[in-house]
Design a protein around this ligand. Structure first.
Ligand code: NAP
Length: 267
């Protein structure tokens, strides 16, 4: 557990996982710009503290930093215990932290795959399950899960990553339906490639996949706006949404798999 300064009467609290960089950092900035308080979660405490200083001074909001490794079992429970201790009700949950992993499954380290599943799936499900009951009780809440366009297709050379995102898409759609009429809305942000630290962290080496990558702010903005409108699936680019909804289902799965492998192969 990281820095934990005294916080009082936080309002419209958004909890952002993976707030130290990329899409999560921009989601936090957008939330703060609306005058809403924040809980920032990631491993890099210093980066979170820098963001806290920026957002508190620019937007006169309160920000709590919780440095946690969501790949560690029990991290979600520790985060929620810290929130309860300070009487913080999370109204907006941004399950955004996630990691890819490049390479053939057979060559990749099993522990790395397990840790990816822990972060991309297990921690997301745990945080959702722990925070959802009070949202339902208060009949108000938003959950934005950062999935990916990868969630709609198989992904050779990132097979486990794509499968984790398919889980996030399916899970989000399922609970969105279950929660209809409760006042709690669930969305999945499904971007194509975005310029963040993701590419490097996933171990990509000059893949053409990121040649036309979008920026983190516009992606986060699309996600935030879609969430507020109650859209279940949110794409960051109109053509991407069109292609996934209307073209992808018409292309044989075998061809899609071949195309994704080519796209992910180094130049
Ligand atoms: N970039 C893309 O092309 C792209 C496309 C579609 C979907 N996405 C999804 O977008 C989400 C955000 O990724 P990004 O592109 O913004 O990448 P990023 O810049 O690498 O950000 C990832 C964030 O997750 C946090 N994180 C990683 N491992 C963690 C752990 N074990 N515990 C807690 N936090 C952890 C990182 O913080 P620390 O390192 O400080 O822990 C960082 O804040 C991910 O779910 C990713 O799968 C990305």
């Amino acid at each position: 557990m990281g820095l934990f300064s005294k916080i009082e009467n936080m309002k419209n609290v958004g909890l952002v996982t993976g707030a130290s960089s990329g899409i999560g950092k921009e989601l936090a900035r957008i939330h703060a710009a609306k005058g809403r308080d924040l809980v920032l979660v990631a491993r890099r405490e210093e980066a979170l503290n820098q963001l806290k200083v920026e957002l508190e001074s620019e937007h006169k909001i309160q920000v709590l930093v919780i440095a946690e490794d969501l790949m560690d079992g029990g991290a979600a429970q520790r985060i929620v215990a810290a929130l309860q201790l300070n009487d913080i009700y999370v109204e907006y949950l941004f399950n955004n932290a996630g990691l890819g992993g490049y390479g053939k499954f057979v060559d990749r380290n099993l522990v790395d795959e397990q840790r990816m599943i822990q972060l991309n799936i297990v921690a997301l499900v745990e945080l959702t399950h722990l925070l959802l009951p009070s949202m339902v009780e208060k009949q108000r809440g938003y959950i934005l899960n950062t999935a990916s366009s990868a969630g709609f297709m198989p992904g050779p050379l990132q097979s486990v990553y794509f499968a984790t995102k398919a889980f996030v898409v399916s899970f989000s759609q399922g609970i969105a339906r279950e929660l209809k009429g409760t006042g709690v809305r669930v969305s999945a942000l499904c971007p194509g490639p975005v310029k963040t630290e993701f590419e490097k962290a996933a171990g990509f080496n000059e893949s053409p996949l990121f040649d036309k990558a979008k920026d983190a702010y516009s992606t986060a903005k699309k996600g935030y706006d879609g969430m507020e409108k109650g859209k279940v699936i949110v794409f960051n680019e109109l053509p991407l949404g069109f292609a996934i909804n209307w073209i992808l289902p018409l292309v044989p799965r075998k061809t899609v798999t071949w195309m994704i492998e080519r796209l992910q192969t180094a130049k």
